[in-house]
Design a protein around this ligand. Structure first.
Ligand SMILES: [Zn+2]
Length: 83
């Protein structure tokens, strides 16, 4: 949802809105409307700039993305550490 890049689902992270916070749905089991994002900061920041969360979750926001951002950054670091 951040960028227009098409990708197979393996590369996408599901995000749900809970009490005004965007949180990563790691097991794909959380209820509610989901948005899909590449788990990279560039994609997340682009989604924020384009207000993609407002569209995805049909609300004016603002949405708290602190947890989501932290998670994405951790995933990026793990990716870079992997061979
Ligand atoms: Zn993307």
């Amino acid at each position: 949802m951040g960028c227009r890049e098409r990708s197979d689902k393996r590369g996408l992270l599901r995000v749900v809105l809970t009490g005004g916070s965007c949180i990563p749905d790691l097991r794909g089991t959380l209820p509610g409307r989901g948005a899909y994002l590449h788990p990279v900061s560039a994609c997340l920041e682009q989604a924020v700039r384009r207000r993609a969360f407002n569209r995805a979750f049909r609300g004016p926001g603002p949405f708290d993305i602190a947890d989501l951002r932290e998670h994405v950054e951790r995933m990026e670091q793990a990716d870079q550490a992997a061979p």
